[in-house]
Write a protein that binds this ligand. Structure first.
Ligand SMILES: Nc1ncnc2c1ncn2[C@@H]1O[C@H](COP(=O)(O)OP(=O)(O)OP(=O)(O)O)[C@@H](O)[C@H]1O
Length: 285
């Protein structure tokens, strides 16, 4: 196992806060996996994402103990080069706008210019990122005139274009319709095929169940659970911990109460179909 990013003994207080937003976080994330970050509002998902990207404490200030290592080196050693290694899509896509570009095309190209990409490669890379995120028809629009969903897709394109090894996406689909939401998750899946590491904070547990390799559950600043996604997402107590269980698990746990037994509780639509098929076949025999 190759740990690409690791948190050691992290506790963090925002400035003037009496309560820590992150408490005693120890975790090593492996390269090439998709991690789903789940938890109730205010549980620490965004703070954890900001920590991994170095915004905590560099931008937010506050008091941090412990350390974050990226490829075995402290995050602070990377300085401005961190943007090349880790792409970050903010929960509020407006935050992502440079504020200095007049068109969506220029906005997507901006990050590439900043990391000193070869001028000949900029245009094809921007076009490719815009195609993936379905924003090609917005190329000449002013970024300030976009809808929330268009802005969110532009923010994602500006990060994808830089092709970082790690992508952190903080609720990247909060303003997207179902089809665009699915498209974002398909992009995430394709990134995994390219051996990228994706860390995605989301409330849409059904999609996390389908696409993630592992989940991390946050509760009041603590990382209370990580690991096998089927095991964690099928747990009946998930809802008490601020996470809506996947529909398949909700239904199956209910059926269990009526005496229907399962070898394992399904967490995705396909797993549920398989279970129902098996149950029907057993019934017929
Ligand atoms: N800039 C800030 N200054 C002070 N406290 C903050 C700041 N940002 C977040 N917090 C506090 O830190 C805790 C964790 O917040 P965080 O935004 O990480 O939660 P979250 O799990 O991402 O929530 P949500 O699902 O609502 O996005 C909360 O108690 C919140 O009030």
């Amino acid at each position: 196992m190759f740990s690409i990013i690791e948190c050691r003994n992290i506790t963090y207080y925002y400035p003037l806060s009496r309560f820590p937003a992150l408490i005693d976080i120890n975790i090593a994330l492996e390269a090439g996996k998709i991690y789903g970050i789940l938890g109730a509002n205010g549980s620490g998902k965004t703070t954890f994402c900001s920590l991994l990207r170095g915004f905590v404490p560099a931008f937010y200030q506050g008091t941090l103990t412990g350390e974050v290592l990226l490829k075995n080196k402290p995050l602070s050693d990377y300085g401005g080069l961190l943007a090349k290694e880790i792409g970050y899509v903010f929960q509020n896509p407006f935050t992502q706008l440079s504020g200095v570009k007049d068109t969506v095309f220029e906005e997507v190209a901006y990050g590439l210019e900043n990391i000193g990409a070869d001028a000949d490669t900029i245009e094809p890379r921007v076009i490719q990122a815009m195609e993936k995120t379905n924003i090609k028809d917005l190329a000449l629009k002013n970024p300030l005139h976009l809808s929330g969903g268009q802005l969110q897709r532009t923010a994602l394109a500006s990060v994808l274009v830089q092709e970082p090894d790690i992508l952190i996406l903080d609720e990247p689909t909060s303003q997207l319709d179902p089809q665009e939401t699915r498209n974002v998750f398909d992009i995430v899946k394709a990134l995994k095929e390219q051996k990228k590491t994706v860390i995605i904070a989301e409330h849409k547990t059904d999609l996390i169940a389908e696409y993630a390799d592992e989940v991390l559950i946050f509760e009041k600043g603590r990382l209370t659970n990580r690991g096998n996604i089927n095991h964690i997402l099928s747990s009946p107590d998930l809802i008490d911990r601020g996470v809506l269980p996947p529909q398949a698990a909700l239904l199956s746990n209910k059926l269990k109460q009526y005496g229907i037994s399962f070898d394992s509780i399904p967490i995705t639509y396909d797993q549920a179909l398989n279970v129902i098929n098996r149950l029907l076949h057993t019934e017929k025999r």
